[in-house]
Design a binder for this molecule. Structure first.
Ligand code: F6P
Length: 344
């Protein structure tokens, strides 16, 4: 078969490992020809491609980013975008397309598969781990490792200066990275988008710790965390051209407020895109490889409109529709039954 593949949305450690596995299984076991589209859907519309083969993919397993490049955006946003996608399928003689992406790319893939009857399968991707239908996405484990290592390092400098460190991690809709890194790094407070936070309680808790003779606290906050409405002034939201709210900066607000209310010296650490860069962990390399192998197999089973997902320890197909228009919140048992035990 002639199979196209693209990587869409924000990059994520493990993308190259998925591509490598698609190519390996496709070329060596199914006799496929794999065509990579550059810069996500733009490459499909504009027919910008590169051949992907086993030789080219050598050495890419541990490399972060994506050899294909990635972008946000959708063919549905262009006047004849969908027509261009159809033309690309016809002109290149494509038998299938594998879309490796987050909610946005999978929504587009789902529409093209259902409304346009195009032969498309999906692979869910995001460091945020918030895609519905899969127990975990690749890239998440890597982001948690990076955040945890940072928190470990912050403990010693925080202790030396008796400071409160406010560490902002990614997670626009969900607190998966914040909760995992907070638990793994021994944070005193973890603030997540799922639960609007009460700055009074945060300060009271930090004071209580201090009164018990403890000092130097680590507050981990997900970038999408918000205060209880009306309790704290936050900056006006800024949106990018794709309607994505530009997050980042809530840690500054919290640190300033904690400093003013408690008198503790505070510092802010924004981990930002460091969490998305560099080499994937061994766990993510394995998950990505399993996803890639399963995706090309799904192509050969004609599983159009489906994506490969992790359920328990199995990789299985699931309708892409599940990932569309919603996000998977943090499992609250992890927050209330585990993380909070260490806040007291
Ligand atoms: O969705 C993944 C993610 O890493 C979010 O955690 C973050 O808010 C966003 O992407 C950042 O996007 P950009 O790379 O466009 O700044």
């Amino acid at each position: 078969m002639r199979v196209g593949v693209l990587t869409g949305g924000g990059d994520c450690p493990g993308l190259n490992a998925v591509l490598r596995a698609v190519v390996r299984k496709g070329e060596r076991f199914h006799g496929d020809e794999i065509i990579g589209f550059l810069d996500a859907w733009d490459g499909v519309r504009e027919r910008r491609t590169m051949p992907l083969n086993v030789d080219f993919m050598r050495g890419t397993l541990p490399r972060g980013g994506t050899v294909l490049g990635t972008r946000r955006g959708s063919p549905f946003d262009h006047p004849d975008g969908v027509g261009q996608v159809h033309e690309t399928f016809a002109d290149l003689g494509l038998d299938a397309l594998i879309v490796i992406g987050g909610n946005g790319s999978l929504s587009v893939a789902h529409r093209l598969a259902t409304e346009e009857s195009l032969p498309i399968v999906g692979v869910p991707k995001t460091i945020d781990n918030d895609i519905v239908g899969t127990d975990m996405t690749f890239g998440f484990h890597t982001a948690v490792e990076i955040a945890t290592e940072a928190i470990d390092r912050l403990h010693t400098t925080a202790e030396s200066h008796d400071r409160v460190m406010v560490v902002e991690v990614m997670g626009r809709h969900s607190g998966w990275i914040a909760a995992y890194a907070g638990i793994a790094g021994g944070a005193s407070v973890v603030l997540i988008p799922e639960i609007p936070f009460d700055i009074d309680k945060v300060c009271a808790h930090l004071n209580r710790r201090h009164d018990k003779g403890r000092y130097a606290s680590i507050v981990v906050v997900a970038e999408g965390a918000e205060p209880i409405p009306g309790t704290l002034d936050v900056d006006e939201k800024v949106y990018d051209k794709f309607g994505h709210v530009r997050l980042g900066g809530i840690a500054d607000v919290i640190a300033r407020e904690v400093g003013e209310r408690t008198g503790f010296e505070t510092r802010v650490v924004l981990l930002g895109h460091v969490q998305r860069g560099g080499t994937p962990t061994a766990f993510d390399r394995v998950l990505s490889t399993r996803f890639g192998v399963a995706a090309i197999d799904l192509v050969h089973e004609g599983g159009w409109g489906q994506m490969v997902v992790l359920r328990g320890t199995d990789i299985v197909p699931a309708p892409m529709e599940q990932a569309v228009g919603r996000t998977k919140p943090l499992d609250m048992r992890l927050y209330h039954d585990v993380a909070e035990v260490f806040f007291a």
